[in-house]
Design a protein around this ligand. Structure first.
Ligand SMILES: [Zn+2]
Ligand SMILES: [Zn+2]
Length: 253
């Protein structure tokens, strides 16, 4: 299994997960033209996509889903609550996520997360023995999340904001409260703690994603990652809004 990102942050998110025979997108928060250009960079053919999985209805995750799905006849998977919000009637190929599901040779486990959407999900992808977790858009940690995101080989985790940059920053107070609240987004400290709690001997890759360009700094995220990963054999990188990140192989060690 391998994965990549076409871009990550509040202006748009789109990940791709692939096995030897199956390609799926997770979210598509870019316009049709933009996502086509971004897929080309990673050598992905839209007609090869077996599914678009939608985590929740926020525009940075869904703005390009309808166009891409309609023009290339790609089935879309989302929770019942997300389907209500994005209007299932507009889509031809609807699949309701209601527990474990399979696309090609990918097994996909949905996990509910605390976030201010109708029925938001995040996911663990597995194929043969390899396990990849993608966990963005959540405001707080829970036992359920900690139990679901264990024994992974690779994980992408939201490092949305630095608490003091958010508080000192330009956002109005209602927005600061929303972002830092239990149903908002993870800050660097929470994300670091999460890594500490789930890092098993087999974890070998951590990607920091969904980083705010206004309320965070790459240097702070790298410092946080370094603090928790320095004594472990775990590679890390930081996803960007413009380029996401290139293919990463998910390997069991
Ligand atoms: Zn988001
Ligand atoms: Zn969101």
């Amino acid at each position: 299994m391998r994965f990549a990102s076409l871009g990550s942050g509040s202006k748009g998110n789109c990940s791709v997960i692939a096995t030897d025979s199956t390609f799926v997108l997770l979210d598509c928060g870019f316009s049709y033209k933009d996502v086509m250009a971004r897929m080309k960079r990673l050598g992905i053919e839209p007609d090869a996509l077996a599914a678009i999985i939608v985590s929740h209805e926020h525009s940075d995750h869904v703005s390009g889903v309808e166009a891409l799905s309609t023009r290339h006849a790609i089935p879309v998977y989302a929770s019942r609550g997300t389907w209500i919000e994005i209007d299932a009637g507009k889509y031809e190929f609807t699949n309701y996520i209601d527990g474990l599901f399979t696309v090609g040779d990918l097994n996909i486990t949905p996990i509910t997360v605390p976030h201010d959407a109708r029925e938001p999900l995040q996911f663990v992808f597995s194929c043969s023995e390899e396990r990849l977790g993608i966990l963005s858009d959540l405001g707080s940690l829970s036992d359920r999340i900690l139990h679901a995101f264990i024994e992974l080989d690779a994980i992408s985790i939201e490092f949305n904001h630095d608490i003091s940059l958010l508080q000192q920053g330009p956002y109005p107070s209602y927005l600061k409260a929303r972002i830092s609240g239990d149903f908002g987004h993870l800050n660097n400290e929470q994300a670091t703690k999460l890594i500490e709690l789930i890092a098993s001997d087999r974890l070998n890759t951590v990607v920091a994603c969904h980083i705010s360009e206004i309320n965070n700094k790459v240097a702070l995220v790298e410092k946080a990652l370094e603090s928790v990963l320095k004594d472990r054999e775990i590679e890390y990188l930081v996803a960007s809004q413009s380029d996401g990140f290139n293919w990463i192989s998910v390997e069991r060690r």
